[in-house]
Design a protein around this ligand. Structure first.
Ligand SMILES: *Cc1c(COP(=O)(O)O)cnc(C)c1O
Length: 435
């Protein structure tokens, strides 16, 4: 299977080339030449996530260097579960897909672990590849956790000084070699600009074999269809009906993965993309025109996106109109949903997952009764304890994986928000370790 640019210029490339390149040369995003339409229709829900991922990814890697390693890659990357739970026995039609039982407590673990496993597997004689991950939230931790102890790849996490919570800072700075964390004197945009500047410096990019880990990378995006397809197959086998899927959405990686999986035959009914107050996607659904804009800060900060990375992929999907809808959920409604569902059932949503729970509550009775609905619970509420605890009036206990993070030592290197500082850091990684 080859991948072509959404802008249709340039030659088709293989999966491996697409994930190493990031964006296509014409500035577009790589998309599968076609979606193999019957790949996922035979899922029964008894498959584990690793098995489902193998089935989903096999046609994409076929014929390339990763194909013989696919089984091992999936076993390595998807070695934790994503349980389905019924948050409120009084509303049995609402099912939460808990995607936060991985090492860093958010669904980013799925994509990051597969991407890093692929990069490590593609190691060659020419030295390690270096992943630059600008982050204000869940991506950096997931990439750090996935990279530590790996050969053939290393990761540099860049995060804005003073703009992440104490727990987030810890989770970005606690990973062992070959991971390092730069605490940048600037905001998130400055971190992202720094990464862009590094890629734009062709000499630097080539010398350090720079790669990016953001959600446009297909090795992050595609496997996310596996946990969604598997959850829908489970609900389908229990109820006989393909469930609707509600996905808290920012850069649209998870949402596009869901739509790909549905096109590949997964038992996924209607898809609702739940956003926070950032309105570009909801306005697109209402008017047909996508107008990117500066992002606004919300309680669901991993979804604070004014111009979704993956919008071009969404727009390139055939037969899109009517097959996906968008629900925009403001901060007040996020707060109210966390409180009311906690009072009703004791279940605690993180602010991102709460946008999905609110989108479910806003469905008309007919839609709610027509089928079961799965809300993707994208992060553990403990990660956002500073927001959630005051709303529910009690402390949230960390799950074991996050408790383990807290017990690790933290190390960060303070850096100016300029390319020379990043260049110096990259050069320091080249120096032989003295012992
Ligand atoms: C990244 C993230 C999202 C949004 O996912 P996209 O693929 O960017 O749409 C939602 N919730 C949480 C907790 C996240 O970390």
């Amino acid at each position: 299977m080859n991948f072509v640019s959404t802008r249709r210029a340039g030659a088709p490339v293989r999966f491996e080339d697409a994930i190493l390149a990031g964006t296509a040369q014409d500035g577009g995003l790589y998309v599968p030449e076609r979606l193999p339409d019957d790949t996922l229709s035979a899922l029964t829900g008894t498959e584990c996530i690793a098995q489902t991922a193998r089935i989903l990814l096999q046609p994409f890697v076929e014929g390339g260097p990763l194909a013989p390693a696919l089984d091992a890659l999936c076993d390595e990357a998807f070695d934790f579960d994503a349980p389905l739970v019924t948050p409120d026995p009084a509303r049995p039609g609402l099912v939460a897909l808990e995607l936060f039982h991985g090492p860093t407590g958010a669904f980013k673990d799925f994509g990051a672990r597969f991407l890093i496993a692929c990069l490590s597997r593609l190691a060659d004689q020419d030295g390690p590849r270096t992943v630059l991950a600008a982050t204000s939230g869940d991506t950096g931790g997931a990439v750090g956790s996935a990279t530590q102890g790996r050969a053939g790849v290393r990761a540099i996490i860049l995060f804005p000084k003073g703009r992440v919570s104490a727990f987030q800072r810890h989770q970005l700075t606690c990973w062992d070699a070959p991971v390092s964390a730069l605490e940048v004197e600037g905001d998130f945009d400055a971190c992202q600009a720094l990464v862009k500047a590094a890629f734009a410096d062709a000499g630097l990019a080539a010398r350090h074999r720079l790669t990016s880990a953001n959600s446009i990378n297909l090795a992050r995006l595609l496997p996310q269809g596996a946990h969604l397809a598997r959850a829908c197959a489970q609900v389908r086998s229990r109820t006989g009906i393909a469930p609707g899927l509600i996905i808290p959405t920012g850069n649209l990686g998870h949402g596009v993965a869901a739509l790909y999986a549905r096109a590949m035959g997964a038992s996924i009914g209607p898809v609702i993309l739940a956003t926070n107050a950032n309105a570009a996607l909801a306005d697109w659904a209402a008017t047909g025109t996508y107008r990117p804009r500066p992002s606004v800060a919300t309680l669901a900060n991993a979804m604070d996106v004014g111009a979704a990375n993956n919008f071009e992929r969404l727009a390139a999907l055939p037969g899109l109109s009517g097959s996906v809808s968008v629900e925009r959920v403001e901060d007040d409604a996020i707060r109210a949903r966390i409180i009311s569902d906690y009072i009703a059932s004791g279940y605690v949503w993180c602010p991102h997952s709460a946008t999905g729970a609110e989108a479910y509550a806003r469905l008309g009775a007919a839609e709610r009764n027509a089928r079961p609905w799965i809300v993707a619970a994208t992060a553990h509420p403990y990660k956002f304890a500073d927001i959630v605890e005051p709303l529910i009036g009690r402390a949230i206990a960390p799950p074991p994986a996050l408790e383990a993070v807290l017990s690790r030592p933290s190390r960060a290197i303070l850096a100016q928000a300029d390319l020379p500082a990043l260049t110096r850091h990259l050069a320091s990684l080249e120096e032989p370790v003295l012992s």
